[in-house]
Design a binder for this molecule. Structure first.
Ligand code: ATP
Length: 326
């Protein structure tokens, strides 16, 4: 397909590696002598026509930078038919023939709605720290976020050990427990609480008491912010402090440090491979699919299927983590 003019945007929560993806998309498109427009602030900027032309040199020195040079936003207007119609008009006015969207599940939900109403070829790239998309083993930003969490939890363990403390650490993940599972496993956490698996307080407490009996003096519990206890780490902290005042308990919410920072090597490579593949997919006539990496191969998954979470091995992994923590 002879696409000459494309636009790209980053949308939803920012994720380290988005810049590496932008770089790969722009450089691949320039290689094919295509014109590239960068849309600022995601769907919000698309509706407002906030776009800038991008040349190869405009993406110099961004591969190692966190955040996104295009900025990102959450757009209420894009959730309306009128907003999406305005977005389409902006594309038509500039003769843009293809779109590349970098974002998470919400971004692809929006894309699915958009392309049911307005047919313009589009390819998605999984850019979210949450890793909650089907059609790719890992999302861009997840590896960096997990490594940031691991570094922080390792430090917390040092101080927890010095004082024989119970530490409750909250990591990001409103609906998905991947960051908690992976960082918890990598840090040797004693327990992990995630949204996908029901948290039974009685069992959490039983495990703490068991550790006490065995004179295990440090107990780290990693909690996803969206755990079904509602209230993340602070809910559990208040409960334990109230019912077990004899325990020296502390709490730490890692928060937005997990989104920032220079992307890891793995995220830069993933973003570069998928950005390159996305432009070539548009040229080959693919549309309304997300590019992902499965078993080290680039695969394409329709937008509506990419947003369905994989029925994953969370329970098995949790069991393993508890065995290893003994
Ligand atoms: P992250 O996983 O990092 O939060 P995300 O892409 O899931 O990223 P969202 O804020 O959920 O982030 O979605 C990005 C944007 O996609 C929303 O602000 C909204 O404009 C659009 N969007 C989400 N769901 C829909 C929908 N059902 N219809 C239309 N647009 C939608």
């Amino acid at each position: 397909m002879n696409i000459q003019r494309i636009a790209l945007l980053t949308s939803g929560g920012d994720a380290p590696g988005m810049n590496a993806a932008i770089r790969a998309v722009v450089r691949t498109a320039v290689f094919h002598k295509m014109e590239v427009w960068g849309i600022r602030r995601g769907y919000e900027g698309l509706i407002e026509g906030d776009m800038i032309p991008l040349q190869a040199q405009d993406v110099s020195n961004i591969i190692a930078r966190g955040g996104t040079i295009l900025k990102t936003a959450r757009s209420k207007a894009f959730q309306t038919e009128e907003g999406r119609r305005n977005a389409f008009t902006q594309l038509q006015q500039r003769g843009i023939e293809g779109l590349i969207l970098i974002g998470g599940d919400g971004t692809f939900r929006g894309a699915h709605a958009f392309f049911q109403e307005h047919q313009i070829p589009a390819i998605g790239l999984p850019g979210t720290i949450d890793n909650d998309l089907a059609g790719t083993d890992y999302t861009i930003g997840f590896d960096t976020a997990v490594n940031t969490a691991v570094e922080a939890i390792d430090k917390i363990r040092d101080t927890a050990e010095a004082h024989d403390r119970l530490f409750i650490v909250e990591v990001m993940g409103r609906d998905a427990g991947y960051i908690a599972l992976h960082s918890g496993l990598a840090c040797g956490a004693e327990d992990i609480l995630i949204p996908e698996v029901e948290t039974l307080l009685g069992q959490v407490v039983a495990r703490i008491c068991d550790d006490e009996r065995r004179k295990k003096t440090v107990h780290i519990i990693v909690v996803s912010e969206g755990d079904d206890l509602k209230g993340g780490a602070s809910a559990l902290y208040e409960y334990i402090r109230h019912d077990f005042p004899q325990l020296d308990t502390r709490m730490c919410v890692l928060g937005h440090i997990q989104r920032g920072g220079s992307p890891t090597c793995a995220d830069r490579i993933l973003a570069s491979r998928l950005g390159f593949a996305a432009v070539n997919a548009l040229r080959a006539g693919k549309s309304q699919v997300m590019a992902g990496l499965v078993n080290d191969q680039v695969v394409f998954t329709p937008f509506d299927q990419a947003v369905k979470q994989q029925a994953n091995l969370h329970r098995d992994m949790l069991q393993m983590i508890r065995v290893l923590a003994v």
